[in-house]
Every structure is written in structure tokens, then in C-alpha cells.
Write a protein that binds this ligand. Structure first.
Ligand SMILES: Cc1cc2nc3c(=O)[nH]c(=O)nc-3n(C[C@H](O)[C@H](O)[C@H](O)COP(=O)(O)OP(=O)(O)OC[C@H]3O[C@@H](n4cnc5c(N)ncnc54)[C@H](O)[C@@H]3O)c2cc1C
Ligand SMILES: NC(=O)c1ccc[n+]([C@@H]2O[C@H](COP(=O)([O-])OP(=O)(O)OC[C@H]3O[C@@H](n4cnc5c(N)ncnc54)[C@H](O)[C@@H]3O)[C@@H](O)[C@H]2O)c1
Length: 475
């Protein structure tokens, strides 16, 4: 039996709970996966963006001719990229992170699957064999999420002896596939389709919805889905009903009656919180219908002394949100009399595709539904100096504001550098800055691409400043 002050299950964002403020507490960090450090580092944000960057370079070469730069792409050396990313970088960081914790005598690192056996007591099935009991003053559930595979696809794959890939495995394929079926129409489907098609794989997407990335503002959905159709074989409003393996590869049958002949199937149909095998009922920890741990604004679960953060409990499966929640929970563990709350207002996100996407706040239809006196402006990149220099014809920045308050309620970009250009919009919303102040209270460099954002804001038909209704700033 190991007795600690704080037991953390999961070494992703949970690993950052060991802060200076908690230096006097004894921690146990329990990690059950093959590698240390969680999703973002090992199979998520970081390796995908290392692949995305390569995809961007390849795309730039391919598209240079449009601007008078004739270049040909010989090939992307998939296995070299893979080995540089994983063997050369990621795997070493993960291993070093594990050694750092193992060498730290002030904490216990346990490598194995944790499960509650009672209030704040855990049994860890160690990866090397055997079990360990852990009793803790406080427990933090930071177990993340895992790819969910629709049952009918799993059944067909099993019957045919087909290996289904998820984002966990597809970046480590032994060789680049010539043809790939991507099932799903969300973040991972879009980013992986971009990566593999830029690398030279022929990509077919089977998306259940009528468009890709449907949670976005309609304007972006339309632009992105149209651009996606130019790059990939996009089949919308369809699901995979069957898979067959033959000499030529894999034949997928779709619900619209069409077929796709491919070499690899990537399933990207969402991720479920990793909470089903934690014995949460024994611990008195309630979960939502979708499996997320129920937490209050401070990260407390329904069980005394048990906390949760990140994909295991958050409504957002995003690393910047998991990091924020970890900072809040770390503070709250150190200062139980002065609890901080999660800030889930205006959470931004970006999809690293071609074109790139970034968004914050409400879509136009959400703003209308929320009773906002909606005013919008759609600014084309091509109508600003740098966008014009790029000969851009499809990219836009759409801003959604409240006419009465003069405040932005949403910002949406699809186009080059979207994930960077969105930052002033995030800032405005976070600090409740009026559009008038943001747009005319500072210089905007000419002719930088940020003029897309400046012009979008300038184009909003807001009430005069003196008529703005002032609401107290939400602290
Ligand atoms: C392909 C992909 C790309 C992504 N790209 C981005 C991006 O660009 N930007 C962004 O913001 N977000 C991105 N995300 C989402 C982001 O990775 C997650 O939101 C984030 O990593 C969640 O962190 P976490 O700490 O909650 O969970 P994780 O990092 O998943 O950590 C949970 C850990 O708990 C361990 N664990 C689970 N159950 C147990 C148990 N019972 N016992 C012991 N250990 C256990 C797991 O092995 C895991 O290591 C991406 C995700 C994926 C899959
Ligand atoms: N750049 C980023 O920030 C980034 C990148 C990758 C992943 N992520 C995070 O990871 C999460 C998981 O990503 P994801 O793409 O797996 O999930 P997602 O929720 O973004 O998309 C899932 C998609 O699969 C579709 N789908 C579900 N069941 C289906 C079926 N049976 N057949 C066909 N389509 C089906 C859904 O309609 C949806 O389009 C994201 O929600 C996001 O929060 C973030």
C-alpha cells in the first residue's frame, strides 16, 4: 500500500499538477498507457502538427505555379518524416519525461492501469505484472479520452481481418498508403486528410453529415467543404456499412450505395472520455451520459476529495483547455479556501488543414438563437493588401457582433494563418474590449495579413459608441 497526499491518474495534463505550490505534498502519478506524457505529446497535437508542417511545405511547392514559381515535388519521404518525428523527437521527449519523474524521489511513478476500489483508494494493475494499492488524500482523474470506433465498422473489420487505424496508429504506418479511406468529418478526419493527401495519398472521406466540420459557422463550413472537395474525394451524408478485403486492397461499401477501393482505413469518428474502466461507481463519482466525469466549476467531482480535468470531464477536447483546467485544479489543491473556477467562455479552436481554420465564440446562428442583436461582416482576404498579393480568392474572416453593446460575440477565419490571425479576436472577447477601441485604438501594420481582421471589424455596422449598452465585465 502506498500512501500519498495526491494521486493523479494520467500523465498528460495531469503531469503538470506537480507545481511549486504543491512541493510539500507527496504525489503518485499513475500512467497506464504504452508511453508517458499523454495524447497531445505522443499521438495528438504535437506529432500531427509536425506532419501538418511538412504537408504545408509540400502544398506550397505544388501550388507555386499559380504565382509563377514552377517547382515539382518529387515525393515526400514518409518513412523519413515518421522517423524524424517519432524516433528523433517525440519518443525521446516522452521517455525523458518518464525518467525525470521516475528519478524524482519526492513522488511515486506507477506504470499501470488504475481503478478505484473505494473512496480515494485505487488498485493499479502494473504493466510489469502485479498490483499496487494506493491510498490518497486527494485523487485527480486526468485520464483523457480515446478513439471510439463504430461497432458496425469494427465487426466488419474483424470478420475480414482488416486492421483499422485511428490517429493513434496512422502516423506510424510502415509505409505511406497509396489510397486511404477516412471515416468521419471532424477535426481528425480533416487534419489527417490534409496530411496524407499533401504527402501524395489519394484520400476518400466518408462523412455522416452533409458537410465537413459542421459545428463551425455556416460560412466556414461552406468554404471549407468546397475546398475539401477540390482536394479529396468527399462523400457526405454517408456511413461505412461494410468492408471487404481482397487482393487489390480493401473495398468499403457506403450507405449511399457507392464503394471506395483503398489500402488503409482511418476511423476518426470522435473520442470518448476514458472513464468506463475506472470503477467510478465504487468511488461515488458521477458521470454524464456521454461518459464525462461530472465536475463543478472548480474541478470537484461528486466524490469528496476527487477532482477531474481535461478530456475526462471537460466539454472541450482541446489541449489549451486541459492545460487551463490543470492550472485551476493545481491552484485549488493548494488553496482549498480560495478556489478558482474554470473559464469556459470564448474557448478558441483551430483546425490545421488547407485552408486553415480558426474560430472563437458564437457562430452567427448561435448568436441569433441567443437573442443577440446580430451584425456580421465577412471580409475576404483577397480584398486586403496582403491577401490580394497572395491572389487569394476563397479565404474569409467573419466577425459576429452585438450591435447594441459594440462587442464581438464570435470570430471565424478560414484561410492562411487563421490560427494566428484569430488571436486579436480572442483577446477582445477575453478582455471585453469594444470593437471601436480594438480597431481604432492601435496601429495595424500595413500591409500585413492582420488587415483582414482590422477590415472585418471596421466593416461592422455597430451603433455609435455613445449608444453602446455597458454590461459589467464578467470577472
Ligand atoms: C490526433 C489528435 C490531434 C489533436 N490536436 C490538437 C490540437 O492541435 N490542439 C488542441 O488543442 N488539441 C488537440 N487534440 C486534443 C488534445 O490532444 C487533448 O484535448 C488533450 O491531450 C487532453 O489531455 P488530457 O490530459 O485530458 O488527456 P491525455 O493527454 O489523453 O492523458 C490521459 C492519460 O491518462 C492515461 N490513462 C487513462 N486511463 C488510465 C487509467 N485508468 N490508469 C492509468 N492511466 C490512465 C492515458 O494513457 C493517458 O496517457 C488532439 C487530439 C488528437 C487525438
Ligand atoms: N486542431 C485541434 O484542436 C484538434 C485536432 C484533432 C482533434 N482534436 C480534438 O479531438 C476531438 C476528436 O476528434 P474527432 O475528429 O475524432 O471527433 P469530432 O467530434 O471532431 O468529429 C467526429 C466526426 O465523425 C462523424 N461520425 C461519427 N460517427 C460516424 C459514423 N459512424 N460514420 C461516419 N461519420 C461519423 C461525426 O459526424 C463527426 O463529423 C475533437 O473533437 C477535438 O476536440 C482537436
Amino acid at each position: 500500500m502506498i500512501d500519498v497526499d495526491i494521486a493523479v491518474i494520467g500523465s498528460g495534463s495531469g503531469n503538470s499538477l506537480v507545481t511549486d505550490e504543491l512541493a510539500d505534498r507527496r504525489f503518485a502519478i499513475i500512467e497506464g498507457g504504452d508511453v508517458f506524457g499523454g495524447t497531445c505529446l505522443n499521438v495528438g497535437c504535437i506529432p500531427t502538427k509536425m506532419y501538418v508542417h511538412v504537408a504545408e511545405v509540400a502544398t506550397m511547392v505544388r501550388e507555386g505555379g499559380r504565382l509563377g514559381v514552377d517547382a515539382t515535388l518529387d515525393r515526400v519521404r514518409f518513412t523519413d518524416v515518421r522517423d524524424r518525428v517519432f524516433a528523433g523527437r517525440i519518443d525521446q521527449i516522452a521517455a525523458a519525461g518518464e525518467v525525470y519523474r521516475r528519478d524524482d524521489e519526492s513522488l511515486e511513478l506507477l506504470r499501470g492501469h488504475a481503478r478505484f476500489t473505494g473512496p480515494r483508494t485505487l488498485r493499479v494493475d502494473l504493466r510489469d505484472g502485479g498490483t499496487e494499492e494506493v491510498r490518497a488524500g486527494q485523487v485527480v482523474i486526468a485520464t483523457g479520452s480515446r478513439a471510439s470506433i463504430p461497432e458496425e465498422i469494427a465487426v466488419a473489420a474483424r470478420r475480414e481481418g482488416i486492421t483499422l487505424h485511428t490517429s493513434d496508429t496512422v502516423m506510424r504506418l510502415p509505409e505511406q498508403p497509396a489510397r486511404m479511406l477516412v471515416v468521419g468529418g471532424g477535426f481528425i478526419a480533416a487534419e489527417m486528410a490534409h496530411i496524407f493527401s499533401a504527402f501524395g495519398t489519394r484520400v476518400t472521406i466518408a462523412a455522416r453529415g452533409g458537410a465537413l466540420l459542421r459545428h463551425l459557422d455556416d460560412e466556414l463550413v461552406e468554404v471549407f467543404t468546397a475546398r475539401a472537395r477540390e482536394q479529396w474525394d468527399v462523400r457526405t451524408s454517408t456511413t461505412v456499412t461494410d468492408l471487404h478485403r481482397d487482393e487489390g486492397g480493401i473495398t468499403a461499401t457506403l450507405s449511399d450505395g457507392s464503394h471506395a477501393e483503398v489500402d488503409v482505413v482511418l476511423v476518426a469518428t470522435g473520442r470518448a472520455p476514458s472513464t468506463s474502466d475506472l470503477g467510478l461507481d465504487v468511488a461515488g463519482v458521477d458521470v454524464h451520459e456521454d461518459g464525462r466525469v461530472v465536475v463543478d466549476a472548480h474541478g470537484r467531482t461528486t466524490a469528496d476529495g476527487v477532482w477531474s480535468l481535461g478530456d475526462a470531464s471537460s466539454p472541450f477536447q482541446l489541449k489549451h483547455v486541459a492545460n487551463h483546467e490543470a492550472r485551476v485544479v493545481a491552484h485549488n489543491l493548494a488553496h482549498p479556501q480560495d478556489l478558482q473556477a474554470f473559464d469556459h467562455g470564448s474557448v478558441p479552436e483551430a483546425v490545421f488543414t488547407h485552408p486553415q481554420i480558426a474560430t472563437v465564440g458564437l457562430t452567427e446562428s448561435q448568436a441569433v438563437a441567443a437573442g443577440v442583436d446580430v451584425v456580421t461582416k465577412v471580409q475576404k482576404y483577397g480584398d486586403t493588401a496582403y491577401g490580394w498579393a497572395m491572389e487569394d480568392t476563397t479565404s474569409v474572416c467573419k466577425v459576429v457582433a452585438d450591435r447594441r453593446t459594440g462587442r464581438l460575440v464570435g470570430g471565424h477565419l478560414v484561410g492562411p494563418e487563421a490560427s494566428t490571425l484569430v488571436q486579436p479576436l480572442i483577446q477582445m472577447m477575453a478582455f471585453d474590449q469594444p470593437v471601436s477601441q480594438m480597431v481604432r485604438g492601435q496601429y495595424w501594420i500595413h500591409p500585413a495579413l492582420t488587415e483582414v481582421v482590422e477590415n472585418a471589424l471596421l466593416g461592422l455596422d455597430l451603433n455609435p459608441v455613445e449608444d453602446h449598452i455597458e454590461y459589467p465585465h464578467p470577472d
